[in-house]
Structure formats: C-alpha cells, structure tokens
Design a protein around this ligand. Structure first.
Ligand code: NAI
Length: 345
C-alpha cells in the first residue's frame, strides 16, 4: 500500500478531525498482539494528510518492533498531528487530540515524540488516562529523551566493544546529526566518556552551545553524514540513510536515535555491502518507551528504569552474534527477531 518494509498489516487507523481547533490526527494501531498499542505523538508540519498518514503507518510499525524487542507488554502504535497552518490554540488542539485518544478506550496509549512536550501531555492527561511521559512529584517519569539517549549511548559502547574491540570511548569520534532532546543528551554522555564530537543541526544556537560546552567540531547539515568517524548517530528525522547518502558515509558503524533511519530495507543491504554495521534504530532507541511504559504501569524507580534501559546493550550484542550465524544484515535480523516475538505473543 505505502511500500512499507514489513509484512504484518496494521490493525486499525483512526483519522480524526475537529474543525473548531483545526485538529487533524491519524492514530495508527499496528499491533495489539503483545498488549495495548503504545507510542508517542508527533506534531509536524506535514505537506499533506497523505504524508502524515504514511508517517503514522511507518512509525507505528516501528513501535511494534521496538516494544517487542524491548520485552514490553505493549503493542505498537503512533499518533501524528498535522500542524495547522496559521494561528491555532495549542491547548485546545491537544484537548481535541486527547478526546480522539480516549475514544479508542485504551487500545492506544500516547506520549511525547518530535514536536510535543510534557506540557502538551499534561493537557492530554486532563481528558484521558491513556497517556504517559508526565513529570511526577517524587517519582521517575516525564521527558523520555534522556533515557532514549542513554540507551543509544550504551549501544554505542556495545558496538565499539564488539565490532572494534574498544573497551572505552576515549578519543572515539562520533558524528551526531541533530542536537535536539535526544541528540543533546547523547552528546553529554559521549563527552563525559571522552569521545570527540562532530555535530550538525539546522539550529545554529544548538551547535554553538555544543562547541562551547563539549569542544565539538561543527559542520553543515549537508556534510554531517559524510564525516569520517567511528560511529554516526542520526538523531534528527527519518530516512537519512538512503541511496544518495550511503555512498558518502565514512563511519565504521551507525547507532542513533532517529526512527526509520533506513529509507528502504534495501538500504540496510547497501550499508552491509559498504562494510558499515547498522545498529537498528528500534533496537537502540527503546530507552524512552521503556521509561514511559514503566511510568504508565507505575512500576519501579529511576535506578530500575536505568538498569532496564542499560540492558539494550545486551540485545545489541545478541543481534551482532545472531548475524554471525544467520548471515542476514542487522536490519533484516532485527525484523526477523521482532516479528518472531509478535507472532509468539
Ligand atoms: P527533537 O525535535 O528534539 O530534535 C531533532 C533535532 O534535529 C532538532 O534539534 C532539529 O533542529 C534537528 N534537525 C532537524 N533536521 C535536521 C537536519 N537535516 N540536520 C541536522 N539536524 C536536524 O527530537 P528528539 O526528541 O530529539 O528526537 C530525535 C529523533 O529520535 C526523532 O527521529 C525521534 O522520533 C527519535 N526518537 C526520540 C525519542 C525520544 O525519547 N525523544 C524516542 C525514540 C526515538
């Protein structure tokens, strides 16, 4: 239908509009095989509804894979909201979104994603219980980005060890595309571990801050992907690894937070042919969903969440061991692994 990379069809998609607030939202429920569909809400200036629909389908499918590999008792879903052109009342818009979420009666649980904030989710919480990622007095929770960054960081450590025989990241060169909520925290962790950073963002204030705080080299958004580095960390939007960019890459392996980094599954093969190991996005960026899932179930405390996020590194090592015997690319292996867990559930 949309050239989606996986075979499991979506269970349902809710398209909701509200003329009073200008809301246009698509809530895609890919799978509830493991439990209610859980995944964030993206607020983005999509070119048109079809582009938004496509994004919701791809992102929700990725959430099924991510939640399955992370061992969470949740299925995969994702919401997108088309950012209205012109003025709009943000609180009213998210209230209308909350009503759409609530109408699904728990089949979908929302949280933050690109373009949405903890304040937006607090507004949603006033109208539906099916939301997470909200700061709580005296308990862990809220913004999932630091947890996502931690999961990517431990995955980089695991990749450096298994692929390059490195026991630490001293002097390790990491190129980060995008210094947003996740990219910034990742830069902090890497800097603390002694890595050398090269960064790019469309927001010059963020790169200037990284230069001042971490001694990062700043390059243009057009050249970041081609930087010579040990690891490339795509932390902006999806499809950065494509037929145009892959021939330019100069990284030993790839490990970043962005969802749907591969434009197509064939791009996973193109990376393997170039000898660049791709650590699949939905394997390494599960830290945030692990956090909001625990928060939603009111389970554990900060230390337990961090320990669970750190276990992503074990799964990276398991994936790298699996590809030695299967001969598949890491992306294909992760798909097979995740889909086996969906079927089993
Ligand atoms: P964000 O919106 O805070 O950050 C994105 C950053 O990328 C911004 O600073 C933006 O200026 C920059 N950017 C956009 N286009 C760029 C380009 N062409 N080149 C360089 N920089 C560019 O988003 P956030 O939350 O940091 O998420 C980043 C990625 O990670 C997204 O793909 C998101 O879906 C994914 N992700 C985020 C999670 C979270 O916990 N926030 C969880 C799992 C995945």
């Amino acid at each position: 239908f949309f050239g989606l990379p996986h075979q499991v069809p979506h269970e349902r998609v809710l398209i909701a509009a509200d003329a009073a607030t200008g809301l246009r939202t698509m809530i895609a429920i890919h799978s509830t095989a493991r439990g209610p569909a859980f995944g964030g809400c993206r607020f983005w200036a999509y070119e048109n509804d079809l582009a938004a629909h496509h994004d919701a389908l791809r992102l929700s499918q990725g959430m099924s894979m991510k939640n399955a590999l992370a061992g969470l008792p949740f299925g995969g879903g994702k919401a997108v909201i088309v950012k209205p052109k012109g003025d709009f009342d943000r609180a009213a818009l998210f209230a209308a979104f909350a009503r759409a979420v609530d109408s699904l009666q728990g089949a979908y649980i929302t949280a933050e994603d690109v373009g949405t904030t903890t304040a937006d989710m607090r507004g949603v919480q006033a109208l539906t219980p099916y939301v997470s990622g909200i700061p709580r007095e005296g308990a862990f929770g809220g913004d999932p980005s630091p947890k996502t960054a931690w999961g990517v960081f431990v995955s980089i450590q695991a990749g450096a060890k298994t692929l390059l025989g490195r026991s630490d990241l001293q002097g390790f060169r990491v190129a980060i595309q995008g210094l947003g909520a996740v990219g910034w925290h990742l830069a902090e962790f890497l800097h603390q571990a002694g890595a050398r950073l090269v960064v790019a963002d469309i927001d010059a204030a963020k790169t200037a801050k990284a230069q001042a705080q971490f001694g990062a080299d700043v390059v243009s958004v057009e050249t970041i992907l081609a930087q010579p580095c040990d690891v490339l960390a795509p932390c902006a939007l999806g499809a950065s690894l494509n037929a145009a960019s892959i021939p330019q890459l100069n990284a030993r392996f790839i490990c970043g937070a962005a969802n749907n980094q591969l434009a197509t599954l064939q791009d996973g093969s193109a990376l393997a042919e170039r000898g660049i190991t791709y650590l699949p996005d939905y394997l390494v960026n599960a830290g945030g969903i692990i956090s909001v899932a625990r928060e939603f179930r009111n389970e554990g405390e900060e230390g337990a969440v961090m320990a669970e996020v750190s276990r992503i590194a074990d799964r990276v090592q398991e994936l790298l061991a699996r590809i030695q015997t299967s001969g598949r690319t890491p992306a294909a292996e992760a798909d097979v692994w995740a889909q086996s867990l969906l079927v089993r559930a």
